[in-house]
Design a protein around this ligand. Structure first.
Ligand SMILES: Cc1cc2nc3c(=O)[nH]c(=O)nc-3n(C[C@H](O)[C@H](O)[C@H](O)COP(=O)(O)O)c2cc1C
Length: 267
């Protein structure tokens, strides 16, 4: 943890959420589906238990925030204002909950509205996390920027489905789940590139990163930082390999500052 730029937490809401019925994860070719449904202990337990745990490490803390209504989100953001966390990431892109989440993230007006509402109460920089389950992600990115987002992160998972043909049952109780892992990477890189052309705020890129090479693709496409989710299930040391591998790449190509690589794909 001490070697990581930051740790992004699981989503936290104003009150505890149980999440969806099980089964709620399934392996698929090149990745996984999940429909956890944002199970979390609620902001009280999170502040008492999880922030002190994370503070033991020399890394920045980014808290992922979820909610069903604007009021829910704002309650969490207000509670976090006086906590010693570094940034917050507003999840308006979860495909696995009926209310909130993606209901905000697929509508540019709603994105702009919730972003500016969060910015009014937040004391830390605000990252808006975008969904790939839209026709034009640049429209959503512009709306978040217009609402005052400090940073954008993308992508969240792509809605998918898996059926067990022998039981003739859905592999996931929720029927649909969010697809993540290596198979989504080309989509994520494309979206990061498009968003980088459309806005002026920094981008945190994610979606299928499992190696330094993957991370460097995102950076060349326009990401200022990257994050790793699903790959941790297979190799818990993936992030360290990414850090070491980026450094090795920079030495190999004589890159002195990582900033030289951001968006540096030849046009
Ligand atoms: C099991 C699981 C749980 C997730 N929970 C959250 C969450 O709480 N909040 C959120 O914004 N994204 C969540 N995500 C999405 C990831 O943060 C990430 O955006 C997505 O999986 C793509 O990156 P990856 O391929 O590296 O996993 C979750 C993904 C998985 C696989």
């Amino acid at each position: 943890m001490n070697r990581l730029g930051a740790v992004v937490t699981k989503g936290v809401a104003n009150i505890p959420w149980e999440g969806n019925p099980t089964p709620r994860i399934a392996e698929v070719t090149g990745g996984m589906l999940n429909a956890i449904g944002l199970q979390n202990p609620g902001i009280d337990v999170f502040c008492k238990r999880d922030i002190p745990f994370l503070k033991q490490y020399d890394t920045k803390i980014i808290v992922n925030v979820c909610g069903k209504t604007e009021k829910d989100y704002l309650e969490v953001v207000e509670r976090l204002a006086d906590e010693s966390i570094n940034m917050m990431e507003i999840n308006i892109s979860c495909p696995n909950v009926k209310e909130g989440g993606i209901a905000f993230g697929q509508n540019p007006k709603a994105i702009e509205q919730i972003t500016s509402a969060v910015k009014k109460v937040a004391k830390q920089p605000v990252i808006m996390k975008l969904s790939p389950n839209v026709t034009d992600i640049t429209e959503m990115a512009r709306a978040a920027e217009a609402g005052g987002a400090d940073v954008l992160s993308l992508i969240n998972t792509l809605t998918g489905m898996k059926i067990d043909i022998h039981r003739r049952k859905f592999a996931i109780a929720n029927k649909t789940g969010g697809m993540s892992g290596p198979a989504v990477k080309p989509i994520a890189v494309r979206m990061v590139y498009q968003v980088a052309q459309a806005v002026n705020v920094p981008i945190i890129g994610m979606g299928g990163i499992a190696s330094a090479d993957d991370a460097i693709e995102f950076i060349l496409a326009g990401a200022t930082a990257v994050s790793v989710g699903t790959a941790n299930f297979m190799r818990p040391d993936t992030t360290i390999q990414v850090v070491d591998g980026i450094q090795a790449y920079m030495e190999r190509y004589g890159v002195k500052d990582i900033k030289e690589l951001v968006g540096a794909v030849n046009q």
